[in-house]
Write a protein that binds this ligand. Structure first.
Ligand code: LMR
Length: 399
């Protein structure tokens, strides 16, 4: 008997395990639409030019690899606050706003989950149905109880706004409501500005605390407009938690860089919050990795690099919108039984196709097309070269 005989095998991660399987799949025609990673039309996940230049500058000018503070770089905090809230609002929030640099958006979520479990009165963390597969794991791992609110209507492939509003109107004070800042993962269905306003009014009257997972700023309609939700809550003077990621919009996936912003009621409370966040950081990873944060700081603090990044982000956003058009047209021309035009109305990398788990498995096993079992696809993985084969595979599993 070995020491680890009692360890039972864990279930595979519903998203990341697919890319592991994809990598070892010997079929040359394979297509990966599972994990949310942008590829260009040649199928590559590029290093942005603005990032490459920032990295060169960092290589030439950095003088030490000593630890960062537990909360990361203060300049990173200031710049990412401005990106999230806009410079004017960030400066108005002043000492009520505290920020830490985190290992990716996931790190920010986990630190917030620890903070909530240990310090707040929340009985439940409320999540959209459906939500990103890892949300449940992160908040449950920190000891939080989880509930869900209705969000996506699979009959219309759209937001079920009345059911959503009714549900969040009944969430009790102090509970946490996880909202997706834009490009809802997995459905691509977002709130518009008017709807964000109504949600903020409900939060104010009910007293629950919004937590915005903000992983796709710039992928919906633009850096400023995509931040509407976070800014509306902050402008309304409400307490707010935001987990920001730079994996997608700066293509820094493997550098693991994100930010956790908390807007508290006053400076005194904000200081207490950051002191508790530091405890979670210290026991989980001590202090954040520096490189990705240095890239974000370099790009955001240099006018020319920042402009170049804006241009590169526009290219990524336009490519995704273009793929959505081409994909829907190709599906219609191929005569699939279902109307997929809803894909054009959705935002960002993800959409729910409505395909069943059996169809997802058939796509993988028979056609080497990898999508998440929930039916989620990453449209940013579709290229001119794989479009026809993808459509043929979808047709084959749909008939
Ligand atoms: C996704 O949803 O595919 C991405 O957010 C990557 C991940 O970590 O799951």
């Amino acid at each position: 008997m070995s020491s680890f005989d009692n360890v039972s095998p864990a279930p595979a991660d519903p998203i990341l395990s697919l890319t592991e399987a994809f990598k070892t799949d010997p079929r040359p025609e394979k297509i990966n639409l599972s994990v949310g990673v942008f590829v260009d039309d040649t199928g590559r996940t590029p290093i942005l030019e603005s990032v490459r230049k920032a990295e060169q500058r960092i290589l030439e000018t950095s003088t030490s690899k000593s630890y960062l503070p537990m909360t990361g770089s203060p300049q990173f905090a200031q710049l990412t606050q401005q990106l999230c809230f806009g410079s004017e609002l960030a400066s108005q929030l002043s000492d009520r706003l505290v920020t830490l640099q985190s290992p990716g958006g996931t790190g920010a979520l986990r630190v917030s989950a620890d903070f909530i479990a240990k310090n707040l009165e929340a009985k439940n963390i409320w999540m959209s149905s459906p939500t990103w597969a890892n949300h449940h794991g992160i908040f449950a791992a920190a000891g939080n109880a989880i509930e869900s609110y209705p969000y996506f209507d699979s009959a219309t492939n759209d937001l079920n706004y009345p059911a959503f509003i009714e549900a969040i109107s009944n969430i009790p004070a102090d509970d946490i409501v996880v909202l997706h800042g834009c490009c809802h993962n997995p459905t691509g269905v977002d709130l518009n500005e008017e709807q964000w306003q109504e949600v903020a009014q409900i939060a104010a009257s009910k007293g629950w605390i919004p937590l915005i997972d903000f992983a796709y700023q710039g992928f919906r309609s633009g850096l400023e407009s995509d931040a509407a939700g976070a800014r509306i809550f902050a402008q309304a003077g409400l307490p707010l938690i935001v987990a920001q990621s730079f994996s997608k919009n700066l293509g820094l996936y493997q550098d693991r860089v994100g930010a956790l912003h908390v807007v508290a009621d006053d400076a005194d409370s904000a200081a207490k919050v950051i002191s508790q966040l530091k405890i979670s950081v210290r026991v989980n990873y001590s202090n954040p990795p520096a490189h990705g944060g240095a890239v974000v700081t370099t790009v955001l603090s240099d006018d020319a690099l920042r402009q170049q990044w804006h241009g590169e982000l526009d290219v990524m956003r336009r490519r995704i919108a273009g793929i959505r058009e081409n994909f829907v047209d190709a599906l219609a021309s191929a005569g699939l039984p279902k109307d997929y035009s809803f894909l054009k109305r959705q935002n960002g990398m993800f959409s729910f196709t409505g395909l069943s788990k059996e169809q997802a498995l058939a796509l993988r096993e028979q056609h080497a097309v990898y999508i998440v079992n929930s039916g989620r696809i990453n449209v940013a993985g579709i290229t001119t070269a794989n479009l026809d084969r993808l459509v043929a595979a979808l047709k084959a599993v749909s008939s």
